[in-house]
Design a protein around this ligand. Structure first.
Ligand code: SF4
Ligand code: FES
Length: 374
């Protein structure tokens, strides 16, 4: 048994990426660049078993995600199984693929909450960023149905250089849709987004303006709308506490059953991931080598090792440390104490002042991965 095991608590939340299939092709998609093929996806029975194992392990909240989870024909059955297992179920969706009939069926199956993504506040912006003509109009229709059925709703506005000016309107739209919460998420540069940094990187001025708008709106809308905010971290002085700390509060299941400490963990090449097809979820959480690789603080190097914030942000994001410094155990270069911080800020400024190039859109599973134009 690992020496850290006695102090490891059960996870609170599990993100189930039911499929990597998606009608949209957002250029910042959080799915890995190498998408899981449809034929490798867990079956209905396998997912239902995973949900039961998760509840048994102590998971309270299940986030059903993708790709687009509505691309799974068995979504209603999966929701019912999750509810039967005692999990609080949240559907993370673009809305595309959800009809009124399906939403009613999901309500009957016990779905607790919907998180609807917003690629822009106008049809022009949303359809261009999502790479799906007519998507905005359909999403607005789905939002109406969600309100009429009475699902608690969170709007998830993903922001970047191209659409950050739409933040005030996104906040208004959340109110108009009756959302109780909005997640204002500045694009995090992993996977697909890394290919689009020249086009999507916010400027320092935009990052500061977003901070201002969020601070003002939090005061103005207190008691009406909760605002979760993921700032533009390349422009920050300290990193985010990614995943609440590696192997601390949550886990992700990829469509093929691989169990990941975070959605981008596969970008850390030396890690080995267990799958629910071969090992019980409980063993993977407590004993799996990937989960124990960066759990707690024992793995840290300086400056994190002796830093007073070591258990505040756990050294930031391991995947970002890997992508930007080549060492997943390094201090996240977003941190002002990282030796790579100055270089990161210079890179962020260069990306932000780039005139931008054609967006590299996410492809479908099994299709070749495009590269940015030189
Ligand atoms: Fe966080 Fe490490 Fe920076 Fe300290 S040195 S603030 S622990 S990332
Ligand atoms: Fe993997 Fe942050 S995305 S630790």
């Amino acid at each position: 048994m690992n020496a850290q095991t006695p102090t490891v608590r059960p996870p609170i939340a599990m993100l189930a990426e039911l499929t990597h299939r998606c009608p949209l092709s957002c250029p910042y998609c959080s799915n890995p660049v190498q998408l899981a093929l449809t034929e490798t996806e867990l079956s209905t029975e396998e997912w239902c078993d995973v949900f039961r194992q998760a509840a048994d392990l102590g998971v309270l909240q299940l986030h059903l995600s993708g790709g687009e989870p509505a691309s799974r024909r068995d979504l209603e059955e999966l929701v019912k199984a999750a509810r039967d297992a005692g999990l609080y179920t949240n559907l993370i969706t673009s809305g595309i693929g959800l009809s009124e009939r399906r939403l009613k069926a999901l309500d009957e199956a016990g779905l607790d909450h919907i998180q609807l993504s917003l690629q822009g506040t106008t049809p022009e912006m949303a359809d261009e960023i999502g790479g799906y003509k007519g998507g905005f109009k359909r999403k607005m229709q789905v939002a109406e149905w969600i309100g009429a059925i009475g699902f608690p709703l969170t709007l998830n506005a993903v922001l970047h250089r191209r659409n950050l000016h739409q933040l005030p309107r996104a906040l208004e739209m959340a109110g108009e849709m009756g959302a109780r919460r909005i997640e204002v998420a500045t694009v995090q540069f992993h996977g697909w987004a890394l290919k689009n940094r020249d086009t999507l990187m916010p400027t320092m001025e935009q990052a500061r303006e977003a901070d201002r708008v969020v601070t003002e709106a939090r005061t103005r809308l207190k008691g009406t709308l909760v605002i979760d905010y993921v700032p533009a971290d390349y422009h920050s002085d300290y990193p985010k506490r990614c995943m609440g700390g590696w192997g601390t509060t949550g886990l992700n299941i990829a469509p093929d059953g691989k169990v990941l400490p975070c959605h981008a963990a596969e970008t850390i090449p030396h890690l080995q991931f267990d799958t629910v097809r071969e090992r019980p979820l409980r063993d993977i959480w407590y004993e799996g080598s990937a989960f124990n690789a960066y759990r707690g603080t024992d793995w840290m190097q300086e400056p994190c090792k002796s830093c007073e914030r070591a258990t505040v942000d756990f050294g930031g994001c391991r995947c970002q440390a890997m992508a930007l410094s080549g060492d997943a155990a390094a201090t996240d270069p977003v941190c002002i104490k990282s030796p790579h911080h100055g270089e990161l800020q210079a890179r962020a400024a260069a990306h932000a002042s780039h005139e931008g190039s054609d967006l590299v859109y996410r492809t479908a599973p099994g299709k070749p991965v495009p590269e940015p134009a030189e």
